[in-house]
Design a protein around this ligand. Sequence first.
Ligand code: BES
Ligand code: ZN
Ligand code: ZN
Length: 538
Amino acid sequence: MSKIFLTVALFFGMAQAKVSEESWLRGPASSEVNIEFSIDTVILGDDSADASILFIPKEEVAKMSAPDSSTPVRRWIFNSKKFEGKIGQTCCFPIGHIDSLMVEGFVGIGDAMKIDQKGIEEIRRALGSVISKLREYNVSHIAAGPIGVDKFSVSMESLVRDLATTLVMSLYKFDCLKTDGKKWNPKVTFVPFEGYTGNKLELRKAFEEGVMIGKSVNMARYLADIPPNYLNPEFFAKYAERRVAKENGLEFRVFGRERALELGMGGFCAVDSGSTANPGRFVTLEYKCGEKDAKKIALVGKGVTFDSGGLTLKPFRSMTDMKYDMCGAASVLATMNAVAQLKPKVNVVGIMPLVENMPDGKACRQDDVITHMNGKTTEIQNTDAEGRLILADALCYAEKFHSPDVIIDVATLTGGCLHSLGHFYSAVMTRDTNLREKIISSGTRCGERMWPLPLDDDFKAAIKSEVADVANSGIPKYFAGTVTAGMFLENFVTNSHWAHIDIAGTAHGVPDISYVGGGATGVPVRTFIDLIKSYEEG
Ligand code: BES
Ligand code: ZN
Ligand code: ZN
């Protein structure tokens, strides 16, 4: 019997040792993306690259279809109307001889002077699907750029920044646990089109910023995709310290259970007590811009590295993918990574409560009553509603130690959010209409759509408790589980402009959006970055 146990233990020991912590800390693979901006007028389709991505407006297709104005294959594609340059349209085909094969990819941009937000998202998706085709062809050097146009209805800088982010996001794949050796890491050269007369250095700056944002998004995706036997609170904290704080010179603070108890974080400690194997960490990263009157924004992210439900154990289907329950924290960390490099004139603090929700003998129970950092009491009616328990203390912590002007928390908080809004919209809850508008319009600009849900006093009755100030789950007859979770959190913010974003549906497993693939999406890193910039502007 004991021999069997030893064999099993050894097996597990070996399994854990397969990928070392050091190698996880070096990731994500996309930090190695080989992507450059070419100031020289390299002609797209030049021999140095074995693939090209051409962003082509409709008018250009007409010109290129004329006799002698293009290669025979291109003319055949245009004349047979396989590609008309409509916005979001794609076409990918191999050309050349057996010894010099090359793949051409077309992305239609329609009428360049009529591109709106929706059109930009169509271009992003078209780019993503061309990249996945080029992945199948296993090309090694891609030259990409617009042809036949140097003016768009949006600024060239913002378009190039966005395309760079989308390129980097499209190249991401979580393949570090695949042992078949098929890793695709092509070189990408972005060529601002030949006739571009604007300031190419400004354009390069925009491009590099776009790449950096893409890499930050991929960092959030990478952390979320790492399996929970590797990524626990301690590893997340180590990654935050080494790969984000140290590399970018941000202030880093971390504490565990002992300090959390001293601070009176009853919610954090209650959830943390269920995992003796992987104890929790409370991580803070701070960016200070150095300006006297600058605004301060606090971002708070739910970091449950695995949500088993605790004693209120989830059924097996619902437990699948619960490694993604730290996507809120990952997006906050990745935003801090970008903020440190963008250096906006706003102070930003990222707050990440990290725990594993497990049913250990020391775990909290249904019926337990806990006291949060602000003195309020919560009756735990369901240990699977753990996210709001840790966020409650994190919100108190944000106000007590940072006095921010604005607090935004982000969490994979409720299954109900996935049911009501599906995979394409995150839910925003706030009573502050101005903040709501700001968040939603940043989201729309970035391709991370959001939709408002109400916070309203009528819902207070849904989280009433007989024994404590509030209960951590809503009374069933009130339904609206996403809203009642937001109502619960409202008890822990007093002074700041506050909004809550539920990303349960948008954080991973989003179908049909080519450039975010099937795993983690990195939502809402792009929105946060855009929003922080908008505070810099006033
Ligand atoms: N992490 C889950 C929410 C979730 C579910 C995210 C499905 C993504 C997909 C959260 O901790 C949870 O279990 N919430 C419960 C709360 C309920 C017990 C009051 C829920 O929404 O069902
Ligand atoms: Zn849960
Ligand atoms: Zn959860």
